[in-house]
Design a protein around this ligand. Structure first.
Ligand SMILES: Cc1cc2nc3c(=O)[nH]c(=O)nc-3n(C[C@H](O)[C@H](O)[C@H](O)COP(=O)(O)O)c2cc1C
Length: 385
């Protein structure tokens, strides 16, 4: 096999190994996918400031997130249905992340349940919560996350309604699921994936199935889930969840400085500047473009992280330069997982570490704390007009 030298190599392998409807589910953004593209394009536009003869023989990529040590300023973002990208995907990704020394976040909409992951990794991980209409259910989920030893709750605030992804509807990956004949036939040409799925019993929303009365099969599960997203979501709900949880709280899905201020005042230990990977409000700005203003506004009161479009160590470096303390990666790790299982997630983290290391040396910085706007090349605007 040709050596894997970048995340794009894993992406190519991922496209071969994972059935079409789950690839589309991962790759898609909402509506015209403009925000999805902006996340990538705006990172590509940022230029770095090269330095020479600085003498960087020692370079540390270590940092802390929520007071815990991390090998890299990177955490795995919550990804729904990860267990359909690879059999037992959430368990494998969690193990790879924790072995590497970075946090893993389990989605509410995961295939492996909180208890599955806790029994498998036997170490603390983070749990992501969607605010649902059924507060009794949310309360039980929070209790289950506490009982499983989760060390932080990542509260996602930008899914009060579901953004529309055309490809998912066309593929029948909707509620209830109606896979098309073409998609079923496509499963047959992915024997490795099918074999993995045949070997596991985990095939549906593990945190929900069996935990809500009257919800037993895939169809009732899908219908229940669809009616649970809460358009009425407001800061009182956030306050209620904060009190019910009582531990480290991260608020995810923030793009506006005023919202960031409100989140910090409401007691967020960290916020994630995020547009949900371009899957919610199409037309919203890229996360990286709004980061500096938000970091300036609340960076002293809580940790500011970013996600959306991070595909390399250089991207991590750029986000840190523009004010993020750390980043979350979504699709980048899904590519590794779908391509090679847990080993693929490890490879993604190794690649990011190597790229970050080289970038730091070539820009003349020795530690994560030293990365600030001075490492960016801001061209003489007049020259480029
Ligand atoms: C396939 C997929 C599923 C996702 N599921 C969730 C989820 O269940 N909860 C959540 O808060 N965010 C979810 N997200 C958003 C990610 O947590 C993260 O914000 C996004 O992937 C970052 O962008 P990136 O993929 O460009 O790194 C999902 C994203 C993708 C691509």
């Amino acid at each position: 096999m040709t050596p894997i030298t970048c995340i794009e190599d894993l992406h190519r392998l991922y496209l071969k190994r994972v059935p079409r409807m789950f690839v589309d589910y991962c790759e898609s953004g909402s509506w015209t996918e403009t925000t999805l593209r902006r996340n990538l394009e705006d990172f590509a536009r940022i230029q770095l400031h090269q330095r020479v003869a600085v003498g960087v023989d020692q370079c540390s990529h270590r940092t802390t997130m929520l007071g815990g040590d991390a090998t890299l300023p990177v955490a795995l973002a919550p990804i729904g249905l990860c267990g359909m990208q690879h059999a037992d995907g959430e368990m494998l990704a969690a193990e790879a992340a924790l072995d590497f020394g970075v946090p893993f976040t389990l989605s509410t909409m995961s295939v492996c349940s909180i208890e599955d992951v806790a029994a498998f990794v036997k170490r603390p991980f983070w749990f992501q919560l969607y605010v649902m209409r059924d507060h009794a259910f949310i309360g039980r989920l929070i209790d289950r996350a506490k009982a499983a030893g989760c060390s932080a709750l990542v509260l996602t605030l930008d899914l009060q309604v579901m953004g529309q992804r055309h490809r998912d509807i066309k593929n029948g990956l909707s509620t209830p699921p109606k896979p098309t004949l073409r998609n079923l036939a496509n499963l047959a040409v992915h024997p490795r994936w099918c074999l993995g799925m045949a070997r596991t019993r985990r095939h549906q929303f593990g945190n929900i199935a069996g935990h809500v009365e009257g919800v037993s099969d895939m169809s009732s599960l899908a219908a229940w889930t669809a009616e649970q997203f809460d358009r009425g979501l407001n800061w009182n709900d956030v306050e209620w969840i904060k009190n019910r949880w009582g531990g480290k709280l991260v608020m995810k899905g923030i793009l506006d400085p005023e919202d960031a201020r409100r989140a910090a005042d409401c007691g967020a230990d960290a916020i994630v500047v995020s547009n949900h990977g371009g899957r919610q409000l199409d037309g919203a700005p890229s996360s990286i473009s709004v980061l500096p203003e938000i970091a300036a506004r609340v960076g002293r009161d809580c940790e500011v992280w970013l996600d959306g479009g991070v595909r390399s160590g250089q991207d991590v470096f750029k986000a840190l330069a523009l004010g993020a303390r750390a980043v979350m990666i979504g699709r980048a790790y899904v590519y590794g997982l779908g391509a090679l299982g847990g080993a693929g997630v490890t490879t993604v983290l190794e690649l990011i570490q190597r790229e970050l290391d080289l970038t730091m040396v070539l820009c003349g910085v020795r530690s994560i704390a030293e990365i600030d706007q001075r490492v960016l090349h801001i061209p003489h605007v007049a020259m480029w007009r």
